[in-house]
Ligand binder design. Structure first.
Ligand code: URA
Ligand code: CA
Length: 446
């Protein structure tokens, strides 16, 4: 087999065989196939696409390029959840304990903030003492002891994705459906879960900005999971504004705790309960999603979810007193309000810009090695559709570096659009894709 023949075949629009895909991925990871040929194949895939059989074969070849975590020592169906990235999206901290409180083990590997989106590991590390770097045995022991653990993705998973992603980044081939779907699913499958629930975000803060594209990505990833024997469900949910009110690490942990205490409802709680319901369903712990939803609600109202979060924090070396006293989390020296410049309705928010505003305050990284400031960020006081008068507070900014504030505030103000007309409402959860098909929720497709 020759790499050039595989490139030509894809360039001419033909489907590649499993053997050709394996040959190429193995050759690239071993160094036998150079970057320029891999770049050419990526561009051919970007332009000609891949069918679902090819995409699943590509995913499996990527999984097999590195280690695959063996969670078989943990009894039961281990379920994982993955979000395609959002702002103010603290669902993992809520959903993992709610599901674990229903006796379904959650063994989750998470990532750090990427671009304008927050990362679960950065949020967890704002809890004093919390350790995300557990080794394999500690990870399994933690899940066996308390039913859940959330740790850093181990370094040896899917080297093919690390190499291909770096090439895609500089060759204009990131936004390709089969390449995104295989990249995400290879990492989930390699981390050892038996069942996966994906939260595909749609809107101004998401990877996919249109609802149609988001459903296509959701379907593609469910296809991969099912072909590779992993039960997979994907929800499509709104990211046209931040999901919760808080954007920033400790601020988001505090908001998650308040949801688990039952003190706040709203979109963050609602998406979390729905994700938990689908995780229970996908893991086979209930007959239908309605039953899953009532199990998840019961975990919340009984306080068992909050207790589970406490168990996890203690197990991973953190201080569980943060659940009763959130002032033990890192804070900011000053709180500065950002106000509306005019009367009207909030008609839209540029979610990506809001993520960047918080990042500039120090909540995220502009370079890979930047430290983050766990205490800073912003808490919105208004959402899309709310009426505001000039001078009303739009958000409170939690600031340690006052020099960064003016730029962050300007970006935020530019991201929040105020108009005379009240905007139409937009669904929070667009639908769920399972192997049985699509269930549209809260909206009618064209
Ligand atoms: N997230 C990933 O992990 N991979 C992609 O290709 C896109 C988003
Ligand atoms: Ca993303």
């Amino acid at each position: 087999m020759r790499a050039v023949d595989i490139i030509i075949k894809k360039r001419n629009g033909y489907a590649l065989s499993r053997e050709e895909i394996e040959f190429f991925i193995n050759g690239y990871v071993s160094g036998a196939i150079p970057d320029y040929q891999a770049s050419a194949l990526l561009m051919a895939i970007f332009l000609k696409g891949m069918d679902s059989r090819e995409t699943a074969d590509l995913t499996l070849a990527m999984v097999n390029s590195g280690e695959r975590v063996d969670l078989s020592a943990i009894k039961g169906i281990k379920v994982d959840k993955h979000s395609t990235g959002g702002v103010g999206d603290t669902t993992t901290l809520i959903v993992a304990p709610l599901v674990a409180a229903c006796n379904v083990p959650v063994a989750k590997m998470s990532g750090r903030g990427l671009g304008h989106t927050g990362g679960t590991l950065d949020k967890l590390e704002s809890i004093p003492g919390f350790r995300v770097e557990l080794d394999r045995d500690e990870f399994i022991a933690a899940v066996q002891a308390v039913g859940l653990a959330v740790i850093s993705q181990s370094k040896g998973l899917v080297p093919a994705d690390k190499m291909l992603y770096a090439l895609r980044d500089v060759t204009g081939t990131v936004p390709s459906m089969p390449l995104i779907a295989s990249s995400i699913m290879s990492k989930k499958i390699a981390s050892g879960a038996d069942a996966i629930v994906l939260d595909v975000k749609t809107g101004s803060g998401a990877f996919m900005s249109t609802v149609e594209e988001s459903f296509d990505l959701a379907r593609e990833m469910v296809n991969i999971g099912e072909r590779l024997g992993i039960r997979t469900t994907a929800l499509v949910t709104d990211m046209d504004q931040p999901l919760g009110m808080a954007v920033g690490n400790a601020l988001e942990v505090k908001e998650a705790i308040e949801v688990l205490r039952g003190e706040i409802t709203g979109p963050l709680a609602d998406v979390s309960l729905t994700l938990a319901a689908y995780m229970l369903l996908t893991a086979g712990a209930c007959r239908d999603v309605e039953e899953g939803r009532s199990m998840a609600e019961d975990s919340l109202t009984s306080g068992r979810g909050l207790e589970k979060l406490g168990d996890m924090i203690r197990q991973q070396g953190g201080d569980p007193r943060v659940l009763e006293d959130t002032s033990l989390l890192p804070g900011a020296r000053t709180v500065i309000p950002v106000k509306a410049g005019q009367d009207g309705y909030i008609s839209s928010m540029d979610t990506e810009k809001i993520g960047i505003s918080s990042l500039i305050l120090g909540a995220g990284r502009t370079k890979k090695e930047d430290p983050i400031d766990p205490g800073v960020g912003l808490v919105m006081r208004k959402r899309v559709g709310d009426r505001v008068s000039k001078g009303d507070i739009l958000a409170d900014f939690y600031v340690n570096n006052e020099e960064a504030f003016p730029e962050a505030a300007d970006i935020f103000r530019a991201a929040v659009r105020i108009e005379a007309e009240k905007p139409g409402s937009r669904p929070l959860i667009f639908g769920a894709v399972t192997r049985d098909g699509i269930r549209h929720l809260g909206f009618k497709p064209e």
